[in-house]
Ligand binder design. Sequence first.
Ligand code: ASP
Length: 353
Amino acid sequence: MKQLSAMLLSVLSLPAFAQDFSDKITIVIHGGAGTITRANMSPEKEKAYKAALNEALQKGYAVLKKGGTSVEAVEATIHVMEDSPLFNAGKGAVFTNDGKNELDASIMEGKTLKAGAVAGVTNIKNPISAAIAVMNKSEHVMMAGAGAEKFAKEQGLEIVDPSYFYTEARFKALEKAKATDKQELDHDAKEEKQIRKAPKTGGLLKEELIFTEGRKFGTVGCVALDKYGNLAAGTSTGGMTNKKYGRIGDAPIIGAGTYANNATCAVSATGHGEYFIRSVVAHDISALMEYKGLSLESAANEVVMKKLVERGGEGGIISLDRNGNIAMPFNSEGMYRGYVKGDGKSEVLIYKD
Ligand code: ASP
């Protein structure tokens, strides 16, 4: 009897039969939501955004294909968007009221429920990597300002002069926001009228592409499922143009802008941060799945298309579950978004229809 129970115990303590998720690997991204319509989109602008989104997706997909983890895929994908001036994250981040760039980022791992975040950092080239370092190399979840910068430097992350984040387009957007004393959500649709032709090429200058884009929340985010069946979510942003007094948005707040749990889903959000924080958007989607047994799609729609709309919160989310199901609802006019699935099926979308 003793022998039998010992045998049973040893069998039970064997690692659970590892399911292979190779055919389910998936990567999903967003590059911000807002007033993005066909009417205010030029072919050049559309091409530039689609190319950047595709590049980011393919980078992350290659990591997953090679057997990398979902956290590694999220990091590689977000790097591409942080390094592109087209998005409000890393290079291309919006300006604060004092004319600075203060960046927020976070990461969460669905298997361990470990998370990391940085907020209000000014000299870390890729804030998503700093968030990952906080998760993996510190005993904390969130670090802010000078302390986070010191930690990132100690971890050997790339530190840049704050002027690296300057782009003329975002600076002009700040001047305009200040003139009206408004806290702008990245861009205003009226700027569309100011499209100018680049003198020599006849095409739009890169900075003009950004400046004329229409109001949008240019935050970037990524959710991924790796071949080990583990989900991860990450978000990176410059926040809101003309933000004041150390304002922190939803992006670095676990449960608001970012959440991942293998039992439910991975979520990354973009939109008016204050509303997303108060509605605890990312965790609410996960909770609806966990407590109410809703599907990913129903849970995501309930929060983004109902609750947020009722409360006046504009924006959207990308989300992914362990079966490779995707939901990308947004209540604004458009959202830069895309995915690549295990079978290689890939799509990049911008508009509602
Ligand atoms: N959610 C971000 C914030 O409020 C803005 C954005 O999505 O672009 O900081």
